[in-house]
Design a protein around this ligand. Sequence first.
Ligand code: HEM
Length: 370
Amino acid sequence: MLSPGFTSGKMKTLFHLIEQVNERLLTYLDLKPDIATGQTLETQNLCRRFTLDNVALSAFGIDGQSFENDESDFMKLATSFIAPGTFALSMLQTFPLASRLISLKVIPKKVEEALIQIVSDVLDHRNKSDIVANDFLQFISELGEKHQLNYAEITGHAATFFEDGYETSALVISYVLFNLSRHPEIQQRLRSEILHTEKTSVTGKITYEHLGTMSYLNACIYESMRLCPVLEHFTRVCKRPYTYKTANESPAHLKRMTVKIDVGTVCIIPFGGFCHDRHYFEDPKEYKPERFLNDNSSIKNVFHPFGGGHRICLGQRFGIMQVRMGVIQIIKNFQVSLSSQTKLPFEFLPWTILNKVKHGVWLIYKKIQY
Ligand code: HEM
């Protein structure tokens, strides 16, 4: 039911909403006291403000105020949405049988109630004032009319953005900036592509259509998603008895084997392992966007940052769009370098599905004067 809400046509309309948030991101950074000489900021937090406001505007039709207020209501809501449930969710993914034995509520009651209140207020206001908005909430509310969904069900669908959408994208952006901060020459080449695209654009601005054609931008993003994957593994539950046999044409380093998989078996696909495997990626620990510039079929076989098959990431178009837009805005306007406050190698927070850096990603942002 939700897939039609994520077509490229729909993304094109949401693009304009993210443009507004992108302006606020710029203002937020411009107003930092040391931005002219170099402002140190924790980047996961910065990116979270950006993606959270995108979600607030696109999925709930409200201003999240994440840049204006360090502890905005929406930010608090998002934090309590994710925090208590993530470990439980992770355990249930790994041990799905457990979900039959224990009844676990992943979303706290007060968060659920607050979200339902937001959605019903916004929809009531739109109905009363005859407003037809161009956002995801509008799409779900029309879906709701067709399928007779109540406010709680509509809210559940809008909340998809919370659970899967805002934190993943924020982490991806922060890792891209981190990798670019360590490679000034790559950062400069990306900046040149951004400026060139703007200069040659009829409107003088980067449009939704440009995003997919900016090959170096996309190579920088995908290479970062490889080097620093936000999710280490995907899971699938076997539904039919299946016998896996290593195909004859498989790479020579793979052990030849035949494995019977019973119904109910949880299979773990080690995406992060593939990403760092030297059999597929030469110098796997190096950040080399070039490898994504060429049509490399061995990469296509193992690199699926949004998963695959029927359960592929539903919001990948929205996710990659906000990642591209956030990276463009920051790299165009700021020179980004690594702060000594960043503890390397990264340590990740335990008990979360996503790879969140424990001590933060501290980068220095210096305004570029054009
Ligand atoms: C760049 C950011 C993102 C990344 C890296 C990402 C990655 C993923 C991955 C790896 C999966 C598991 C796929 C599988 O098991 O095959 C997934 C599932 C999912 N994602 Fe994303 N995602 C991102 C952004 C988003 C956004 C913005 C949304 C919503 C607006 C979203 C909604 C979902 C949903 C609903 C699922 C579950 C699909 C299902 O089980 O049918 N994701 N995502």
